[in-house]
Design a binder for this molecule. Structure first.
Ligand SMILES: *Cc1c(COP(=O)(O)O)cnc(C)c1O
Length: 373
């Protein structure tokens, strides 16, 4: 059997990206306080995700920190985060001086369970952070009525939509990452978007050393830090906006082919997105692995055997309840069980072609035969 070829991520740079980088290089205006690239990209990205304002920053973790601070989260507060997410959802809360509290996720979708959140909301709960896991928006409507501010962790969901509304317009603020693995990337980078003018002004001051837009360079009426993006990053990112939808369509077609091909494989199936998802960006395809269909072999053995077949899958997250600084106000059995039963097909693999998705299923069948012999 021919081994599938997996594309590299990020994809090769376009001529437009090369020209944009050289334009910044030659301009001598490399920082966002000198040039206009960052400002223009922030406005264009915010518009693309249905928000009025955007503030570019150094990475997605810091974007979450800025959003929390801008919404008034600080020491003594709690922020509810899903137990099945990247650790940065929680470390951003710690950075803001607050305590992250893990809520369990839904068995079917692995997304934050609004019922679990409802049980955890208390007098200290200042915000809830739904994560648009794998590129499918979380159920934000169920969270918006609860009281605490809603900060979307949209680090994986550039271009996603729920009931036709873009991720980025589903909460009080939304944060995206441009780290190397994400659908839009400058190696590192992040952005916070919001519709609220006052939140935007706070974000702007917080990421720009506490300055105000019309104040002096050495006037710092608010507490703030230098968390600005460079002009190089913005120049590299801006042309990617026009390519975003093509990438999503490509991965969606591959995910469809993968789902169909896995129909032949007992004990391995796609985890469905939350109902109401109208645009899934397929940052990842999460698969449910049932060891019983694979001779009782644990996930780790399955991953090793798949890699030997030329299909490098990913083990995915460990539950945040394993992290010592995350508050364990309630048990999170679903997130913990996912450690043994969920594997990921990463974005780069989903940028291959539909034939390669058939190869994933064939590799799984061959592993299954070996494991059940
Ligand atoms: C990538 C990611 C982050 C952090 O973004 P960085 O740019 O790496 O700091 C936060 N949350 C989730 C869900 C992510 O996938």
């Amino acid at each position: 059997m021919n081994r599938p070829q997996w594309p590299a991520w990020p994809p090769p740079p376009t001529d437009e990206q090369r020209r944009a980088l050289l334009r910044v290089l030659d301009s001598g205006r490399w920082g966002a306080t000198d040039g206009t690239e960052t400002r223009d990209f922030a406005a264009a990205f915010a518009a693309r995700v249905g928000a009025a304002h955007g503030v570019c920053t150094v990475n997605g973790t810091v974007a979450l920190f800025l959003a929390l601070r801008a919404l008034g989260v600080g020491p003594g507060d709690e922020v509810i985060v899903p137990a099945y997410t990247f650790v940065a959802s929680a470390t951003a809360v710690v950075l803001a001086g607050a305590v992250p509290v893990a809520a369990d996720v839904r068995e079917d979708t692995l997304h934050l369970d609004p019922e679990a959140v409802r049980r955890l909301v208390g007098p200290r709960t200042k915000a809830v952070m739904p994560v648009h896991l794998a590129g499918a928006p979380a159920d934000t409507e169920a969270l918006r009525g609860l009281g605490p501010a809603v900060v979307e962790d949209a680090a994986q969901a550039h271009g996603a939509a729920r009931h036709g509304r873009p991720a980025g317009s589903l909460g009080d603020a939304a944060c995206f990452s441009f780290q190397s693995s994400k659908a839009m990337t400058a190696g590192e980078g992040g952005i916070v978007v919001t519709d609220d003018r006052r939140t935007y002004e706070r974000l702007w001051a917080l990421h720009n050393v506490g300055r105000s837009p019309d104040g002096g360079w050495y006037e710092h009426p608010e507490l703030g830090w230098n968390l600005r993006m460079t002009e190089f990053q913005a120049a590299l990112l801006h042309p990617q906006l026009a390519l975003l939808d093509d990438g999503i369509d490509h991965r969606a077609a591959c995910a469809g082919a993968l789902a169909a091909a896995l129909g032949e494989v007992r004990g391995l199936a796609l985890v469905p997105p939350p109902p109401g998802t109208t645009r899934h960006t397929w940052h990842l395809a999460m698969l449910r692995y049932d060891p019983r269909a694979f001779g009782g072999h644990p996930k780790s053995a399955f991953l090793k055997a798949m890699a030997a077949e030329g299909v490098p899958l990913d083990p995915g997250y460990r539950s945040l309840t394993r992290v010592p600084y995350v508050g364990d106000a309630a048990p999170c059995p679903v997130a913990e069980a996912a450690e043994d039963t969920v594997v990921w097909v990463r974005q780069a693999l989903l940028m291959a072609d539909e034939a390669a998705m058939g190869a994933v299923a064939r590799a799984a069948l061959s592993v299954q035969r070996a494991f059940t012999r």
